[in-house]
Design a protein around this ligand. Structure first.
Ligand SMILES: Nc1ncnc2c1ncn2[C@@H]1O[C@H](COP(=O)(O)OP(=O)(O)OP(=O)(O)O)[C@@H](O)[C@H]1O
Ligand SMILES: [Mg+2]
Length: 412
């Protein structure tokens, strides 16, 4: 038998299996229950979040309330005569639209409704859209249109206003990871939470993209999936080494930070990728520091979350803001630089020595305050101190700015 990719093999067979779109499902089912089914729907949202699946399941709910298994299978696989699925990308002409309109007058064969699912509807030509306007406004009472698209803005406003619109949201990494876990098990593989979360996160809200990546990972042949496999497959930095690098930064250990960065680059990770990963990890630490360990603003497995929380607790929140700004500015400069490695190494030392740089700033500030102190420098010292604290988000070390503010007393 030919191999079926995971995304197709595990297409939701019931609304209960559809992940992360409960609000939409509730409204659609409520409409059926209340006898308030509209004549035209527009399902929109990014790729692989369940629009086509929902259209088929809704058609099934409309025409197969008794839950007949055979009929459901026919509807979900596009074999049922009353549920007509049209790929607008390859049937986009005005003639295709006229044919559809001509056929729509015939009553459904066995169901209550004749359901037209027009997939990728934004691909229809303008004439095709115009031809459909009249029918979309007042279709025969046995017809329901479900238009699906990733690009609602390409659907004319005249069509949109004739439809009830549903916006499918990107699916959270936690919800995707949960689904991936079930698929992995059903396929006879095993995987830790951390790798499932990494795959889920790389799906960027799309279940199909996450499942496709899982397919590639499984093709590696190992029955136990790990984050190392994924890192190797995609050339991602070794997560554990990145963790050790951050530990070194936190411990104020420039040698350790340099060595870990060297190891990562030695494994073939690009400078850009290293800095992106670093910024990503620092962002998680900062958000956890600000919002607490359980915040939904970071998408991590339980283990990774606990590790991040313990590391975050050792950082000063303001210092985290400062480090992200530093990484960002170095990433920008490294892209056009002929010596990116030197920039990365300088960054490592700078991050690991932030405390000492801040101390140095304090020393400079106190010195300048004392110099000005002959003329009542006490007030300027506190003024300078608060300024230096506020400047941590900037690209330059706090020390430099603080000494600049030391010129204040001279004016006074
Ligand atoms: N919400 C979801 N819950 C579970 N699986 C999903 C979900 N969304 C997508 N999938 C998986 O992704 C596959 C594609 O889903 P579907 O065709 O419904 O996406 P779509 O939103 O229509 O995408 P596109 O815009 O690319 O056409 C399904 O077969 C299923 O495996
Ligand atoms: Mg689709």
């Amino acid at each position: 038998m030919s191999y079926l990719v995971l995304a197709r093999k595990y297409r939701s067979q019931t609304f209960d299996e559809l992940v992360g779109q409960q609000g939409i499902v509730r409204t659609l089912m409520g409409a059926i229950g209340a006898g308030r089914v509209a004549h035209a729907y527009l399902f929109t949202g990014t790729r692989g979040v369940g629009k086509t699946s929902s259209a088929r399941l809704f058609a099934d709910a409309l025409n197969n309330p008794q839950g007949d298994v055979e009929l459901r299978r026919a509807i979900l696989t596009g074999q049922d005569t009353d549920v007509i699925e049209i790929d607008a990308a390859s049937n986009n002409s005005v003639d295709n639209a006229r044919e559809l309109i001509a056929n729509s007058v015939y009553r459904p064969m066995r169901g209550r409704k004749k359901v037209y699912i027009i997939d990728e509807v934004h691909m229809l030509s303008m004439q095709a859209f115009n031809a459909l306007l009249k029918t979309m406004e007042e279709p025969p009472e046995h017809v329901v249109f479900i238009l699906c698209t990733t690009e609602a803005h390409k659907v004319p406003a005249t069509i949109q206003s004739r439809c009830q619109r549903y916006d499918f949201r990107p699916i959270s990494a936690a919800a995707i990871a949960g689904h991936l876990g079930q698929v992995v098990k059903a396929e006879g593989y095993s995987a830790g939470d951390d790798v499932l979360f990494m795959v889920a996160k790389l799906g960027n809200g799309s279940m199909r993209d996450a499942l496709s990546l899982l397919d590639r990972l499984m093709a590696g042949g190992e029955k136990k999936l790990t984050s190392e496999h994924l890192e190797r497959l995609l050339g991602l930095p070794d997560g554990e080494l990145v963790g050790q690098l951050l530990e070194a930064v936190c411990a104020g250990d420039p040698a350790g930070a340099l060595e870990r960065a060297g190891e990562l680059l030695g494994k073939g990770v690009s400078v850009d990728q290293l800095l992106t990963t670093l910024a990503d990890r620092l962002r998680d630490l900062m958000v956890i520091r600000a919002c607490g360990e359980q915040t939904e603003l970071v998408e991590l497995s339980d283990t990774a979350r606990a590790q991040s929380a313990s590391l975050a607790g050792r950082f000063d929140p303001a210092a985290l803001v400062h480090t992200i700004a530093l990484v960002e500015s170095v990433a920008g400069r490294a892209r056009g630089s002929s010596f990116p490695r030197a920039l990365v190494d300088a960054l490592m030392v700078r991050l690991a020595m932030t405390d000492r740089l801040a101390d140095a700033a304090g020393v400079v500030m106190r010195a300048s305050a004392m110099a000005g102190g002959l003329g009542g420098g006490g007030i300027s010292a506190t003024g300078g101190g608060s300024l230096s604290g506020g400047s941590v988000g900037g690209g330059s070390p706090p020390g430099l700015r603080a000494s600049g503010s030391g010129s204040g007393p001279k004016k006074a």
